[in-house]
Design a protein around this ligand. Structure first.
Ligand code: PMP
Length: 490
């Protein structure tokens, strides 16, 4: 099925080689805005550092900068824009609310707009959850919904510990950070997330996932494991920020069985994977599991801020006001979100993401054969990652060090005990990945990095991307890879 935006901007021509920020009048404004941003905004600013773009217009996959340049946007608001920028059904839904005279701020009061959103959302949920679902509208970021989920299971179980996974990303507020892979919190027990390429057991595949599951099981079964009976387990069905790592379906089913057997609520963080992104409406559907709690944000607001948790009614034991917040009633986001959910459902965009994602993955995997600096290509649906490695770096690194060929600090060097020939993947190459991202931008393609060492180039295009646009994305990425490989002899 060829799904296209009703009136997509044409695929922008690849960049013609002029330096960034053309000397036109717009270019001058563009430079001034960027200069003022770096002078005024905090050192913590994120995407803005790597993407010196001043977006002024956008539609579908395409963003236009103040300097007149156009880009294919495969960052999509960090995976938010299921329908791309300014999709007509989203704009129409927003306009309808604005024109209706409805209040825009309503705290958590009932409104027809909210009622429609909840109805549409429940329609998409796994039926076994939808039949008994409760919804909590949270503060408007994914991280607040994660906080709510953690609070909910702690209240419902009366326990405090949490099981979370290596490489996880759940947000930037205190509880969500604790549960994320960079944290060092004693209340959170870290378990191995299965991964093929950098498998902690050195084998990958179903056997690696099996060992990861066994570790979790032994920890739960062992009365002397030192891990108190936890309040919940939180996982991403595909780790996004962690480097685009899809959990095997069999492993997810094991996690579901184990948590059920031990009466541990299972929280699926679908903030990034939801609304068709992975090739199913919700990524848990691939494995058929039904979590006890789902954390939803990003695409459910149709590009505006919205975050909720949905959970089974027997967990609904918290007190009135247990998770309050002023901004939990964004009417425009609910209208945009309901329109997005309906559009994805009615147009089978999850299937489209599965088909197109498989094709793009295949094309990128073919590229990996050409370029030794591509260590791995992986993904699910339109959540795709290309991991850059140092081809001269020797396998299976274990300690902090420096990559000899590039002089770039890498987190690891070889360990003669563990690293025999063919013992593991090549070291991550964050500098090469950053060079690819910059080369993509020069070619009018916006991508971001992720992964443990920021060495994974990530593609999160809208589900509405046309075949022609997808081909342009792969072409530009291939061209960027070729340029970087040439320059770095990689
Ligand atoms: N969970 C996951 C899986 C995410 O990818 C993110 C954001 N990248 C979050 C939670 C946090 O969402 P937010 O940035 O809206 O707080």
């Amino acid at each position: 099925m060829a799904v296209t935006d009703p009136a997509p901007l044409p695929v922008p021509a690849p960049y013609d080689g002029e330096t960034r920020g053309t000397p036109a009048r717009e270019g001058v404004a563009h430079e001034g805005i960027l200069r003022r941003q770096s002078a005024r905004e905090s050192a913590a600013r994120t995407y803005a550092r790597a993407l010196p773009i001043v977006p002024v217009r956008a539609r579908g996959l395409t963003i236009e900068g103040a300097d007149g340049r156009r880009y294919l946007d495969c960052l999509s608001g960090a995976g938010t824009l299921a329908l791309g920028h300014n999709h007509p059904v989203v704009l129409e839904a927003i306009r309808k609310v604005l024109d209706s005279g409805a209040p825009l701020h309503v705290l958590d009061l009932a409104t027809p707009v909210k009622d429609d959103f909840t109805t549409e959302l429940f329609r998409t949920l796994p039926p076994a959850l939808a039949d008994r679902a409760r919804i909590q509208f949270c503060g408007p970021a994914g991280t607040d919904a994660v906080e709510a989920a953690l609070k909910l299971v702690r209240t419902a179980t009366g326990r405090s510990g949490l099981l979370a996974f290596t490489g996880a990303y759940h947000g930037m507020t205190a509880g969500a950070l604790e549960a994320s892979g960079g944290a060092q919190d004693v209340r959170v027990t870290r378990l191995p997330y299965p991964q093929d390429y950098r498998c902690p057991f050195g084998i990958g595949g179903p056997r690696g996932a099996e060992l990861a599951a066994r570790w979790t099981r032994s920890l739960l079964d062992d009365t002397k494991s030192g891990v108190p009976h936890p309040a919940g387990m939180i996982l991403e069905p595909v780790q996004g920020e962690g480097g685009v790592i899809p959990a095997p379906d069999a492993w997810l089913r094991r996690m579901r069985t184990l948590t059920e057997e031990h009466s541990i609520p299972l929280i699926a963080d679908e903030v990034q994977t939801g609304v068709g992104r992975t090739g199913a409406f919700w990524a848990v559907e691939h494995s058929g599991i039904v979590p006890d709690v789902m954390v939803l944000s990003k695409a459910i607001g149709g590009s505006l801020p919205l975050a909720v948790i949905v959970y089974r009614d027997d967990l609904d034991v918290w007190r009135p006001g247990a998770h309050a917040g002023t901004f939990r009633g964004n009417q425009l986001a609910m209208a945009a979100g309901a329109a997005t959910l309906a559009h994805v459902r009615e147009n089978h965009l999850a299937q489209r993401a599965a088909d197109l994602g498989a094709r793009m993955l295949g094309q990128l995997q073919a590229l990996a054969k050409e370029f030794p600096c591509i260590g791995d290509v992986r993904g699910r649906g339109l959540m795709i990652g290309v991991e850059l490695v140092d081809p001269e770096g020797g396998p299976a690194p274990a300690h902090p060090g420096t990559t000899p060929s590039t002089g770039v600090p890498t987190p690891t060097v070889s360990d003669p005990l563990l690293d025999g020939p063919g013992a593991g993947p090549l070291p991550a190459a964050p500098a090469l990945a950053a060079a690819v991202r910059d080369a993509c931008l020069d070619r009018g393609l916006i991508v971001e990095l992720g992964g443990r060492h920021s060495s994974v180039v990530r593609l999160l295009p809208p589900l509405t991307i046309s075949d022609e646009q997808a081909a342009a994305v792969v072409d530009r990425l291939a061209d960027a890879l070729a340029a970087v490989a040439r320059a770095h002899h990689a």
